[in-house]
Design a protein around this ligand. Structure first.
Ligand code: IMP
Length: 199
């Protein structure tokens, strides 16, 4: 029988990416929206790993289905790794993807390209059973551009130019982003764990 795996996020953009990355594995993927309603996880841990684990654990406890969740941060070296774990609320209460990008551009105003290095870091937590968890991590390095390019992706994608490429994540086709992104690397490590019989 196919194993059921809960993708513990309400973010439709992430679900789309994660489904793309996990295709080919013999899994019955269920999303949080399909699994029923329960209160959203408060992401108040001080680390990406803490938040990822909290999301996966709470989803597993609420549904009884083995659950996987990710938490991602954009780390800009010039800004001492900010926004990091605060990436979703960088511009304060009521933050949107657009207001966060605006704040990032404003905090980097006048900073030359060679000092705009950054990385996305994605931590994936998998809770297959009570008292058990596994952690996987993926990174993607690049630079923060001086203006937005592209309408694809989500979050900071229009401002992130991955190293070795001439287009931002916002300009890139999703299946291409899915071969090189932080989330792709973290979920590929998770997929490899599953293929090798880790669960
Ligand atoms: P989360 O806490 O993992 O949902 O991610 C925090 C924030 O990071 C999101 O609100 C987005 O702004 C940003 N983010 C996460 N993943 C990506 C990505 O793949 N591209 C661009 N921004 C992202």
């Amino acid at each position: 029988m196919m194993k059921k795996l809960l993708i513990a996020t309400h973010n439709a953009d992430k679900v789309k990416e994660i489904r793309g990355i996990l295709t080919g594995l013999d899994l019955n993927l269920v999303t949080l929206d399909e699994a029923g309603t329960f209160p959203p996880t408060v992401e108040d841990a001080p680390t990406l790993q803490g938040n990822a684990l909290k999301k996966a654990l709470e989803a597993f406890r609420a549904t009884g289905i083995p659950a996987v969740a990710d938490d991602t941060g954009l780390e800009v070296f010039y800004l001492n790794d900010a926004p990091g774990v605060y990436s979703s609320r960088y511009s304060g209460p009521g933050a949107t993807y657009a207001s966060n990008r605006k704040k990032l551009l404003s905090n980097l105003r006048g900073v030359p390209p060679r000092r705009r290095a950054a990385q996305f870091r994605c931590v994936v937590a998998f809770v297959p059973a009570a008292g058990v968890h596994h952690i996987f991590e993926g990174k993607c390095t690049g630079v923060i551009t001086e203006k937005e390019s592209g309408e694809g992706g989500f979050g900071y994608d229009p401002l992130f130019l991955p190293d070795g490429f001439a287009e931002t994540f916002g300009e890139m086709a999703l299946d291409k982003k899915n071969t090189l992104s932080h989330r792709a690397h973290a979920f590929q490590a998770f997929a490899e764990f599953l293929r090798r019989g880790g669960w």
